[in-house]
Design a protein around this ligand. Structure first.
Ligand SMILES: NC(=O)c1ccc[n+]([C@@H]2O[C@H](COP(=O)([O-])OP(=O)(O)OC[C@H]3O[C@@H](n4cnc5c(N)ncnc54)[C@H](O)[C@@H]3O)[C@@H](O)[C@H]2O)c1
Length: 309
């Protein structure tokens, strides 16, 4: 396994800032962020960490000391870029931009540097297709908000070496994350495949008049949603018995949504401009105060569950 000391985050936007902050949890790491635009990443991280301070998860002094260990540069030819042992790319979700970024990085970084992409949905195999050393490339899918959600999906491309995957997993563990290895480069990796299977069924229930959107969300929040953080679906299947799970699936699966297209009501909402929080109306109507409360309550809940604060 390679030893990693210098990490370069390319792209200091919403994800890049939080990823850089997360990495400073390992005091041995030097973290450099680069962006094409001059960005006040310290101010961005400060704003994101406001609730961590309010809930006493970290102190002002700890935040300041961690911020002081993050260097920002717009100079891609500078020494911190050349010295990177590992690069995490968090630029726009655009295949051409990502491929161009890695092609440039390959000319600027050391020959043994490991390259990671934080793509949400794109194929790491496709992003790295034209790179010289594809064995040193992997996906690292951080979840938003990256400074709170522990999971990072480490995605092997069709060429990622075991050593690269192990090195990336170990780095993430050293920064306090809970990495999981996705052995195959498939759309949705591991977690989004499950998340969107649930969303498809949730939307289908509304579409078929079985329950309204608020009821669907309540049904999740006050039942299996409560136990999911403690009991994964396959642990649960074992707990109730694989025989019972088989019988339930044998009966119910033919009735579940299996469309391979987005729901017509989702298309209708999009086409009529009911874009959810962006416009104040989606599956439900939202006041500005309600939308802010949803965001604040989520972070407060996550901090409580993760840190007991
Ligand atoms: N937003 C999310 O919820 C989320 C979650 C998981 C993964 N992601 C993925 O993370 C990546 C970044 O998303 P984001 O939400 O932070 O985007 P963002 O738009 O907030 O930030 C992208 C940043 O990249 C910079 N940039 C663009 N081209 C660059 C280049 N060639 N070199 C250096 N910097 C460059 C931009 O100036 C910008 O600051 C995307 O691939 C996205 O799909 C996003």
């Amino acid at each position: 396994m390679k030893s990693i000391k210098n990490v370069l985050v390319v792209g200091g936007g919403m994800m890049g800032k939080n990823i850089a902050f997360v990495l400073t949890a390992n005091p041995a790491l030097k973290v450099v962020v680069t962006d094409i635009a001059e960005t006040d990443i310290r101010a961005g991280i400060r704003a994101n960490c406001r609730q961590l301070i309010e809930h006493s998860v970290i102190t002002e002094a700890e935040l300041e000391s961690r911020l002081n260990r993050i260097v920002f540069t717009t100079d891609m030819g500078s020494a911190p870029v050349r010295d990177a042992d590992l690069v995490i790319e968090a630029v726009y979700e655009d295949m051409a931009v990502k491929r161009r970024t890695f092609a440039a990085l390959e000319t600027l970084c050391r020959e043994d540097a490991i390259f990671c992409t934080n793509t949400s949905v794109m194929s790491p195999s496709e992003i790295s297709a034209e790179l010289k050393c594809r064995t040193r490339f992997a996906g690292t899918h951080f979840w938003n908000p990256a400074h709170l959600i522990p999971l990072v999906e480490v995605v092997k491309s069709d060429a990622t070496s075991d050593e690269t995957a192990e090195t990336v997993m170990a780095l993430l563990v050293s920064a306090g994350k809970k990495p999981v290895l996705c052995q195959k480069d498939v759309p949705g990796f591991v977690a989004n495949r499950m998340q969107h299977a649930l969303w498809r069924e949730a939307i289908s229930i509304v579409e078929n008049g079985i329950a309204d959107a608020e009821t669907v969300d309540m049904a999740v929040k006050y039942s299996f949603g409560l136990r999911l953080p403690q009991l994964g679906p396959l642990e649960n299947a074992d707990m109730v018995g694989t025989d019972l799970t088989y019988s339930i699936h044998d009966y119910i699966l033919p009735f579940l949504e299996s469309s391979d297209k987005p729901s017509p009501i989702l298309r209708e909402l999009r086409d009529t401009g009911d874009l959810g929080f962006k416009t104040g109306k989606g599956f439900r109507s939202w006041t500005p105060e309600e939308m802010q409360a949803v965001k604040d309550d989520l972070n407060t809940y996550l901090i409580n569950v993760l840190y007991g604060k």
